[in-house]
Each structure stands twice: as C-alpha cells, then as structure tokens.
Write a protein that binds this ligand. Structure first.
Ligand SMILES: Nc1nc2c(c(=O)[nH]1)N[C@H]1C(S)=C(S)[C@@H](COP(=O)(O)OP(=O)(O)OC[C@H]3O[C@@H](n4cnc5c(=O)[nH]c(N)nc54)[C@H](O)[C@@H]3O)O[C@H]1N2
Ligand SMILES: Nc1nc2c(c(=O)[nH]1)N[C@H]1C(S)=C(S)[C@@H](COP(=O)(O)OP(=O)(O)OC[C@H]3O[C@@H](n4cnc5c(=O)[nH]c(N)nc54)[C@H](O)[C@@H]3O)O[C@H]1N2
Ligand code: SF4
Ligand SMILES: [Mo]
Length: 720
C-alpha cells in the first residue's frame, strides 16, 4: 500500500496527510521519526484548509500509540468477556461459518449489518460497502444515517431525484446565513465541508454579511453571531412555515431561473398560508414580529442561505424541517446561485456514477418487521435494531456485523440495545477498540487506521463549500496484525458466501473478487479520471498540498435526477406529514415539571470514540447537564451538584452546570459518553466515563415520516 518504506529508516521526516476525523478534511503536516509521530500541524500550503486544524488532529498521535487499540483479531471465549488472539484465517473462517449457519437456520434477514460514522471517512471502506451490503443478502441493514442526516437525504430524493444531491451553503459568498441546529465552531461543519469555518464566518461578517443562529442553547457559534434566536426544541418546521408565510404574504416569492422547472408552488403557498407567525409563535418560542423581521432581512439580502444540520434532523419533524429549508432557499431565489445553497462539482463524482448505474435511492419499498417503519436506500432506521433483536418470530435478528460504529452509545435507548446485543447468537465487530458495543462481539477484527491509510475524501469533497481535491499516501506502518478495511469487508463477505450464506449471486461474488484484486486505489483513480475535472491519482500526487478546483457553480438542471429534470417543491410525502405537525401545534410538549433534553458536541471529543486520549479529555468535565438558573432554582439545585435525570426509558446521574446560555425549560447533555460499562477496554476513557445521553433518549420517539431518531426535546425530570 505504501510508497517507499521511509518509516523504516528511523529518520525524522515531514510528510503530508489529511485529517479523517470530521468533515472538514484539514490538511496535515506530520513530522515522523521512524514509525513514530513527533508532531502534527496544519498544512498552511493546503489551498482549502489553509493551515487550520483542531485539537483532535493533534490527538491522532495518541490513537496510533494507544495500548488499548486492538492490533490483531480477537475472539471472545464463549460465555465470558475474556478475549483471546486468533489468526486471521481462523477468524474469517469462523465468522463465515457461524454467520452462514444463522442465515441457513433462520433466514437471510436474521443477519444484520450496522455501519458507523467513520465508514464514511475511509474512501476504501466506502467503495466496498455497497457490494458487501448486497452480498450479505439481508434487509436488516442499518447505519448512523438514521441518527443523523436521513431527513436531508429524504428531501434530496423527493425534491431533486437523488438521495445524495445535498445543497451546500455557499458560506464564502453569502450575505446572510441563517443557521438552524448546527454548531460549526465546535463540530467544524457538517454537510458543509468548510475547514476553518470560524474564519469563514468572521469573513462573512467582515464583508457586511449577517449570521443568525437559531438554537435552544446559545452555542459557541451563536455566541459569535449577529443574532441568536432561542427556539423550543423540535419546533423548527413551525418556524420555517412562519417564515414562508411571510415571504408569500409580502409577495416576495422569486424562484428566479427555477420558475420554469419547479412544480408545487401553489401547494406551498396554500400550506404556508395556514401558519402565520402569530400562529407558530407560542410553539417555537419566537415572537411573530421577530419571525417577520428575520424573514424580511433574509429576503432583502443580495444573497442569503438557510442551513440546518443535526439539531433540525434529529427531531420529531426532522423530515419536514429539512424539506422546508430547501423550499425557503428556493422561493427566495437563493438556490443554485452564488451565495445561496449550491451543489458541488467533485473530482470523484459518486453521485454521478451512482446515477449512471441507476442508483438514486428509494424510500418505503419495505417496512421493518416489528414497528413497520420504512426502509430508506436499503436501510432500516436504527431505532428499531433493539426491538428487531428482541422480538421473536420469523426474521428476528440473531447475528450482527458492525463496522466502525458504537450504536450502544450512539442510538436512542442505547441501554436496551446493549441488553439486546448480549442475546445475539453471533456478532462480528470490525473496529479499533473494545468499546460499549464491540465488547459484545464474538470476534473483533481490527483494521488499518488514520495515518496508516492513504486518503482521498470521497464523501466530503462532495459536500464542500469549494471544489477541492487532495490525495495523500499512508505515512505510518500499520501494526502487523491489522488489515485494510476494504479487505476485511470483502473477505468477510466471501467467507460467508463460501459457507453457504449471503446472497447466492455468483456474479456479485465474482465482482467482489475482481474488486478485491483491483484494490480501491485503482477504483479511485478511475473515478478521478472519468470525473468532471478529469484528474487522476498521479495528477493529485503532483500537487500534494491539494488542488483548488474553484468556487461552486450553478449545476441545474443537469444534476436533477427527477423525471423531466423538474424540481418538486411540494412532494406529496411531505404535504402528507403536515397534518401530524398541525396536530401538535398547541401541544406544550413538557408537563409536570419536565424539561426538554437536547444534546451537544464538544470540540475535544468525536462522537463516542476519542475519549481514550488523555490530551483530549483533560481539563474541565465535559459531560455535564446544562440548565437555566431559573430551572435550577425552582428545583433547589446548585452548580456542580450531582443530579438525577430521568426519562421514559432510563435514568443517569451527572454533574450540573448552571448557565444563562440555555433556554429556560431546556437542558443539554453531550452524547458519546458513558464508558463505565463492564468489559470496555478503554482505560483512559474510563477515568472520565461520564454518562450516556442515549440511555435517556427514546427509541420509540422518532420522526415517523423519515424514521430518523428524535434526540431533541426528550422530556426529562431532574432532581437531586
Ligand atoms: N468536535 C466534534 N466535532 C464533530 C463531532 C463531534 O462529536 N465532535 N461529530 C461529527 C458529526 S458525526 C456530525 S454529524 C457533525 C454535526 O455537526 P452539527 O450539525 O454542527 O452538530 P452539533 O454540534 O451537535 O450542533 C447541533 C446544534 O443543534 C442544537 N439543537 C438541538 N436541538 C435543536 C432544535 O430542536 N432546533 C434547533 N434549531 N437547534 C437544536 C444544539 O443545541 C446544537 O448547538 O459534527 C461532526 N463534528
Ligand atoms: N443523542 C445523540 N446521539 C447521537 C448524536 C447526537 O447528536 N445526539 N449524533 C449522531 C451522529 S450525527 C452520529 S454520526 C452517530 C455516530 O455513531 P456511530 O457511528 O455509531 O459511532 P462512533 O461514535 O462514531 O464510533 C465509531 C467507532 O468506529 C471506530 N473506528 C474509528 N475509526 C475507524 C476505522 O478507520 N476503522 C474501523 N473499523 N473502525 C474505526 C471507533 O473505534 C468507534 O468504535 O452518533 C449519533 N448519536
Ligand atoms: S476540524 Fe476536523 S478535519 Fe480538521 S483537524 Fe479537526 S477533526 Fe480533523
Ligand atoms: Mo454524524
């Protein structure tokens, strides 16, 4: 995989890499000595990230040196939580045999697959999973999508005809950025790859632009905005309808170049007419005059863009909110136009290739067995995973493969899933660590990671605020006992097939063998060569700091994958969900002293899995419950005190942080913590275990339209 074995020479070298931890794809300059990292800095010569990095990149070094990292396949002794080394050959043979046996006895859907977030940060895994997913021959496929961006995908599919046609906010050129449910100063941006976002937002304001943040908490991003609007959790769809009402009432609708190809404007007008700012004010907590004022400023700006992320997706009306954001950008003439919401022209065009192969995504073709929730793009909502394992009957899940995921900490009612996993017949985890989820596995198969791999960001250049490309080689030698992720995935599928399991499709198996022989690099090279910029790996290697491929450009109508290349402003699916929204307009959500729980992220943390770095977890306690002083006072609670938080599904004890930066009636707890469970082998993380937010979130509470988890606004009581 690697070029020259520089790491063998023991000399100090400076090499380039790219950070794969979050979506910002920062260029790195890594000083190594032999196979050891000496320092990690931002690559100032990267035209896209221009030297930006965050503390997590520096901690990459800790992961590579982590004695808790799994560096050879491990097998759990039956009935115990002791793991012992096993050879790759034996491990793959056992996995194939056991998983095939489950499928032969209980049907193919008895085997489930869960793909975690870092899957998307490895181009080689990303290229392998569509084939491997198919080869398993099961409908029980899950991923972090349904605790994340599923609403955006559903609205892309319904409005533009492809589930991956994500409009990206043109932050570098816009005059007005209205941000809902996102905190890029901490997350570094999501579905908005924009390394150094703080500087980009400063530049927006320096050129006279406006940043407005809508969030139930005065987040780090809200703190630097021109205006912060406290909103009641889960009510963004109402706010957006109140804004649309204003646009129509003011006669300001202007679809610009899309007027001729957009269908459904009348339906949107009729719908918006029902939601005056006065009508939604109480539910959103935003008064009518303010809704009008912000709408009018948005409309009046030379260019404007509304952007919503995790906070609007992971709520009860996530689907509607994601749709209405696109509608607002469209009807105010801010779509596919500089300074508005735009589409990328990525060097490796996954969406283009998928479209050519007829893969656009689909929705609701089948339903989950127990609760009848819709599939999306071949996956089921992960909120049903626990019940699908627990509930007997035909199609009950009895075996599981996880890849780079930790659903015990990352999915709603994780404690229920935790128990359910213990009851599986067989489980394989492809991961770096023995964490809250993988401790249940019979086998843990470890992969190459981070600086050991070559990197091209297949996913996130597709979501970037500029067109950019950068390719780097692996710069560390992987531990002898690990293998590349794509190889492990392919080999697992082949072993399953060999033992009589999986989809009995010889053509598919032949394809997997061919791809395995070809390797992901060649595939990537082909994608680059046939991509819109006609690049190649060789070309990217010549400019090792990366290429700037220019600002985003208007891409419609050619990108549209709908029939007749139309834009569907008012898909029936969304219109049909409005009745549910309207029915809850007057609900108060919380009663009897309940507070509404929301989540948050921390700059020095990455979902559930970087807490084993001392460098990152040192300092003030990150896992605290933030509460408004009025709510603390009325409960007789004080700063620093340990409080008990209870929801329908569970209970945790956590230190209290009292702050004016949160709306009264709302409390916030970060997700990804809770490492005290037995059998977890994360020695540093255990010293600051924290509690899991998802021991409180509810698997029965979701956006019933899309199937996405609803983390925002979980009713809880808080007491001493
Ligand atoms: N440091 C760090 N960076 C990360 C991650 C991490 O764990 N740590 N995770 C990565 C991942 S996987 C993702 S998907 C991205 C996510 O990136 P972002 O989408 O920026 O996510 P968050 O930082 O969680 O910000 C969500 C905001 O929504 C607010 N919110 C909660 N409920 C509501 C609501 O009902 N309405 C509104 N309007 N706002 C609400 C929260 O208070 C919070 O400030 O971050 C990525 N980057
Ligand atoms: N309440 C609440 N819950 C949430 C969220 C929230 O905002 N609130 N956010 C949700 C979001 S946006 C997301 S994306 C999910 C994330 O949730 P998941 O995707 O389920 O889990 P992660 O915490 O990202 O864990 C990643 C795992 O992958 C392993 N890993 C890291 N790199 C590699 C690699 O290169 N190869 C392999 N094989 N393994 C690797 C790590 O060791 C870790 O075990 O959490 C979701 N959960
Ligand atoms: S912002 Fe994201 S990509 Fe950049 S260094 Fe930090 S974790 Fe890595
Ligand atoms: Mo995510």
């Amino acid at each position: 995989m690697l070029g020259e074995p520089h790491y063998a020479m023991g000399m100090s070298q400076t090499r380039l890499h790219t950070c794969m931890l979050c979506e910002a794809v920062c260029g790195l300059e890594v000083e190594t000595e032999g196979n050891t990292v000496v320092s990690i800095r931002g690559d100032a010569a990267d035209p896209f990230s221009r030297g930006h990095i965050c503390p997590k990149a520096v901690a990459l070094r800790d992961l590579h040196e982590d004695p808790d990292r799994i560096t050879q396949p491990m097998r759990r002794a039956p009935g115990s939580d002791r793991f012992e080394p096993i050879s790759w050959d034996d491990a793959l043979a056992e996995a194939g045999e056991k998983l095939a046996a489950v499928q032969k006895q209980h049907g193919r859907n008895a085997l489930a697959l869960y793909l975690g977030n870092p899957t998307v940060h490895s181009y080689s895994a990303l290229l392998a999973v569509p084939f491997v997913g198919k080869a398993l021959g099961t409908r029980a496929r899950f991923s972090a999508t349904s605790v994340d961006q599923l609403p955006h995908m559903l609205s892309a599919l319904q409005m533009f005809g492809h589930q991956l046609l994500f409009p990206i906010p043109d932050v570098d050129r816009t005059d007005y950025l209205l941000m809902l449910g996102a905190n890029p100063l901490v997350s570094n941006g999501s579905i908005m790859t924009a390394p150094g976002i703080h500087k980009r937002l400063d530049a927006l304001r320096a050129r006279g632009g406006t940043l407005v943040v809508v969030d139930p908490r005065k987040s780090e991003t809200a703190a630097i905005a021109d205006e912060h609007v406290f909103i009641r959790p889960g009510s963004d769809a109402y706010l957006l309808l109140g804004m649309l009402h204003t646009v129509f009432a003011d006669g300001k609708v202007n679809l610009r170049q899309h007027a001729e190809r957009a269908d459904g404007l009348d339906e949107v007008r009729t719908l918006a007419a029902r939601f005056s700012p006065e009508r939604v004010a109480a539910r959103t907590g935003v008064d009518a005059e303010r809704i009008r004022r912000i709408t009018r400023a948005f409309v009046a700006a030379p260019s404007a863009v509304c952007y919503g992320r995790v906070g609007v997706c992971t709520q009860e009306f996530g689907g509607l909110a994601a749709w209405l954001i696109n509608v607002l950008n469209l009807v105010t003439g801010n779509f596919d136009r500089a300074g508005g919401a735009m589409f990328t022209t990525p060097a490796a065009d996954l969406v283009g290739v998928a479209s050519k192969l007829g893969e656009r995504g689909h929705f609701g073709l089948w339903k989950s067995r127990v609760r009848g929730l819709p599939e999306f793009g071949g996956e089921l909502p992960v909120s049903v995973l626990g019940e699908e394992i627990e509930t007997p009957g035909e199609g009950q899940i009895r075996a599981l493969i996880t890849h780079a995921g930790n659903p015990v900490l990352s999915t709603p009612n994780g404690a229920r899933l935790d128990k359910a996993l213990a009851g599986l017949d067989y489980m394989v985890a492809i991961d770096l660590y023995r964490n809250e989820t993988t401790r249940h596995a019979n086998l843990i198969l470890p992969t190459e990671f981070g600086l050991e791999r070559d990197h091209y960001d297949l996913a996130f250049y597709t979501l970037a605020v500029r067109n950019a490309a950068r390719y780097v080689e692996g710069i560390l030698k992987p531990p002898a006992g690990v293998r590349p992720d794509w190889q492990v995935l392919f080999d697992l599928a082949l072993s399953l097939h060999k033992h009589g399991g999986g989809r009995r499709d010889t053509k598919l198996v032949w394809t997997i063998r061919a791809l395995r022989a070809l390797g992901p690099r060649r595939l990537l090279d082909l994608l680059l060569r046939f991509g819109p910029h006609k690049l190649s790996l060789a070309r990217l290697k010549k400019d090792a700091h990366g290429l700037d491929l220019g600002a985003l450009e208007p891409r419609l109508p050619s990108l549209l994958q709908t029939k007749g290349k139309r834009i569907a402003l008012a898909p029936a699916l969304f219109l049909g969900d409005v009745a549910r929204l309207e029915a809850q307009l007057d609900s108060t959500m919380a009663t009897n002293g309940e507070l509404l729980l929301i989540g948050r992220r921390n700059l020095r943390s990455n979902n559930s899995w970087m807490h084993n770095s001392q460098r990152l977890i040192k300092g003030p306690e990150a896992c605290t419950l933030i509460m408004h002083p009025d709510d603390a006072k009325s409960r007789g609670l004080i700063e620093g005190q340990e409080v008990r938080v209870r929801s329908r599904v569970g209970e945790v004890a956590v230190p209290l942080a009292v702050s004016l930066d949160i709306a009264a009636g709302v409390v916030s707890l970060p997700h990804g913590w809770g490492h005290a469970r037995p059998g977890v082998e994360l020695r540093v993380a255990k010293t600051r275990a924290g509690v899991s937010l998802n021991d409180l979130t509810d698997d029965q509470k979701l956006d019933s339209l899309s199937g996405n988890a609803s983390f925002s606004g979980v009713p809880v009581t808080v007491s001493r």
